[in-house]
Design a protein around this ligand. Structure first.
Ligand code: GTP
Length: 391
């Protein structure tokens, strides 16, 4: 099979133009997402670079060799920015490095007029950029469960191709009259480049799509004011914890919190200060809870925590939280919390624990607030762990 370099060149220009348009539409449709913006810029720059390199047929040197490669390296720089923004890193100036170095080297005739030297330097710069892309991608790994591996594979294939090119492309000038490609190897470079830009465009769109979906899913599980998990998240998590406790025969505890006289805090200090108290309560409580506890806002001034912990430990922890809240005074506003707890020794059922903890919380309110009450029962229950009746 022989591949015609002219046909491939036209294909590449058409593919790049089409992908640039698709990406520009995706960018504007995504409320100008910066990742898609940088990718659009990269595709447009690579399109210009490919067009400029075709001017070799006219016997030109500066436009295809100087400017064409500068545009190509700027295109890689834009891709680097896209991956950096995706990973939450600052763009910095490294995206400019390749293009500046190329411009500098073109000042030396020994480089400017030597195809083999230009091929080696161009390959090395591409390898550096692709390695930087792989490194930035690795930083996004936790945010990309599905698209991480295809993206990584695509970049590694592109990197290996450039390593191979250093050894296989001898830089022998194409024998074709008015050749578009610089060397006889150009046909493979164009073909790989077409496949790479197609793969890259769709991979980046899939990455952005996955990130958006995760963001919306997270948002649906978080309380917008305090940033802690919401009721829905708690119930999802509880199912998992129930299963874990069942498997390891571990005790499961629920702690219910209700801020005392919160309405009067709103009335006396205003709603904004009331919000600050809610945020402060979350910070104080989260700092005291163990890392594997799951804390959420049920609504209003009601919160819940679920954790694998025995009854005495849960009681001691709740007391610590109550005292920490009592000491805390955001903007000099003192407040307190009533706490109800319940623990199941084995076969825990979250719904039952919530009812039991709620009963204990009701007692804490009835007995004067700012106190911890644990669920107890007079019935001989075989799974609920209860405390001696408090008088
Ligand atoms: N600032 C603020 N207030 C809220 C928010 N959500 C609910 N509230 C207020 O919380 C108050 C809850 O009042 P109540 O249910 O009467 O409870 P309380 O005043 O804390 O009384 P006890 O629970 O009996 O100690 C209401 O006034 C709500 O308006 C919120 O997001 N921000």
């Amino acid at each position: 099979m022989s591949l015609d370099v002219y046909t491939l060149f036209i294909c590449e220009l058409a593919v790049l133009a089409f992908l640039s348009i698709v990406m520009l539409f995706a960018w504007s449709g995504s409320q100008y997402d910066r990742v898609l913006g940088f990718t659009s810029a990269a595709l447009v720059m690579i399109l210009i670079a490919v067009f400029l390199s075709s001017l070799r047929t006219l016997g030109l040197q500066f436009l295809p060799v100087g400017l064409g490669n500068i545009m190509l390296l700027l295109g890689y720089g834009m891709l680097l920015n896209a991956f950096r923004v995706f990973a939450g890193q600052p763009c910095g100036y490294s995206w400019l490095g390749g293009a500046l170095l190329w411009a500098l080297l073109c000042l030396f005739p020994a480089f400017y007029y030597s195809l083999p030297k230009r091929i080696i330097v161009s390959c090395l710069l591409c390898i550096i950029y692709i390695a930087a892309l792989i490194q930035s991608l690795s930083r996004s790994r936790s945010a990309l469960r599905i698209t991480f591996w295809p993206a990584r594979l695509l970049l590694w294939i592109h990197l290996c191709f450039h390593v191979l090119r250093i050894f296989l492309d001898q830089g022998s000038v194409s024998p074709l009259r008015g050749a578009i490609g610089g060397s006889t190897f150009s046909v493979y470079v164009i073909m790989e480049s077409i496949l790479f830009v197609i793969g890259l465009t769709f991979t980046i769109m899939a990455m952005v799509n996955e990130r958006t979906q995760i963001k919306y899913k997270q948002a649906s599980l978080l309380d917008p004011l305090t940033g802690v998990w919401n009721r829905r998240a708690l119930f999802i998590r509880a199912e998992k914890l129930e299963a874990r406790c069942l498997q390891h025969n571990a005790p499961l505890s629920v702690i219910l919190f209700d801020l005392d006289h919160f309405k009067s805090i709103n009335d006396r200090y205003g709603h904004v200060q009331g919000d600050r108290v809610l945020i402060d309560f979350c910070q104080v409580t989260m700092a005291a809870l163990p890392a594997d506890a799951y804390f959420s806002r049920l609504g209003g001034e009601e919160f819940a925590a679920i954790l694998i912990s025995s009854a005495p430990n849960t009681y001691a922890l709740s007391e610590r939280i109550r005292l920490a809240v009592q000491r805390s005074a955001p903007n000099n506003v003192n407040y307190s919390v009533s706490i109800g707890i319940a623990t199941a020794r084995r076969k825990p059922q979250f719904a039952n624990l919530m009812v039991a903890a709620d009963e204990a919380l009701y007692r804490a309110k009835a007995r004067g607030r700012n106190r911890v009450e644990a669920f107890f029962s007079d019935e001989p229950a075989d799974t609920m762990e209860w405390y001696p009746r408090q008088t």
